[in-house]
Design a binder for this molecule. Structure first.
Ligand code: ZN
Length: 246
């Protein structure tokens, strides 16, 4: 942001996906790479990747200080993210870094900590059709997105979703099996903007879908902070005016 360029970091586990042919056939270099590549092609955005296997789990102070918007994808290794790194992410969001939680990131430590919520939901992996409805067409994250669009196969996530009341519900999804889900929701925590977006099961080509890509690009631009504050503290301060003047 500071020089006008949005610095994005896409974080992923990438432990199981690379061993599963049904994932590798859809995302040969990992879905973090697919996401980073389409973001990096956008004007005014540069994107890098971080993996859980990197030093400091890809969440070093240096890396986060060079990140305006963090995109988080994880599924079965949430518990292995060390608390000190999860808190580092939380603290930077509080100071202004934007964060986009994708798909199964609803059970990640940063998601549950920032929202103070369980992230619970119901799910089903049944190759079912999903129709994403744009519930807030005037929201910047919905710019250029049709009234609704279809993903031919997606993992079902269903209500009730364990989140606090969103600032905006931008998308609501319907699934072939009858469930519905608040699939695109925004929050703010102190200086930082947060967007959760449900599409993105690893065995389906969801991140190759043009509408899904547009939503993520829009969300990165929306969450880009105007400022990222220095470390917060709680100073004991002198009075500016005379106290108890008669
Ligand atoms: Zn999934």
């Amino acid at each position: 942001m500071r020089d006008g360029t949005i610095r994005v970091r896409v974080w992923n586990e990438y432990l199981d996906e690379q061993k599963r042919p049904e994932v590798a056939s859809v995302y040969p270099q990992g879905l973090h790479r697919t996401i980073a590549d389409f973001l990096d092609r956008e004007e005014g955005i540069t994107a890098e990747v971080s993996l859980i296997t990197d030093p400091e789990q890809g969440l070093s102070e240096k890396q986060l200080e060079a990140t305006d918007v963090l995109v988080w994808w994880g599924h079965v290794h949430h518990g292995e993210v060390e608390d000190r790194f999860a808190w580092r992410v939380v603290e930077r969001v509080q100071r202004g870094m934007g964060i986009i939680f994708l798909h199964s990131a609803h059970k990640s430590k940063p998601f549950m900590s920032l929202l103070g919520a369980s992230g619970r939901l119901s799910w089903r992996e049944a190759d079912e059709r999903c129709r994403v409805w744009t519930a807030s067409p005037s929201h910047p994250v919905a710019a250029g997105i049709p009234e609704n669009f279809v993903l031919e196969r997606e993992e079902m996530y269903g209500e009730p979703f364990g989140i606090p009341r969103p600032e905006d519900t931008v998308f609501i999804s319907w699934f072939e099996g009858g469930n519905v889900f608040r699939s695109g929701v925004t929050f703010r925590r102190e200086y930082g903007k947060i967007f959760y977006f449900q599409p993105g099961h690893e065995t389906y080509p969801v991140y190759h879908d043009e509408n899904v890509r547009r939503v993520i690009i829009n969300a990165v631009r929306w969450a880009n902070p105007a400022i990222i504050a220095g470390k917060f503290d709680c100073p004991n301060v002198e009075a500016l005016e005379k106290i108890g003047a008669d």
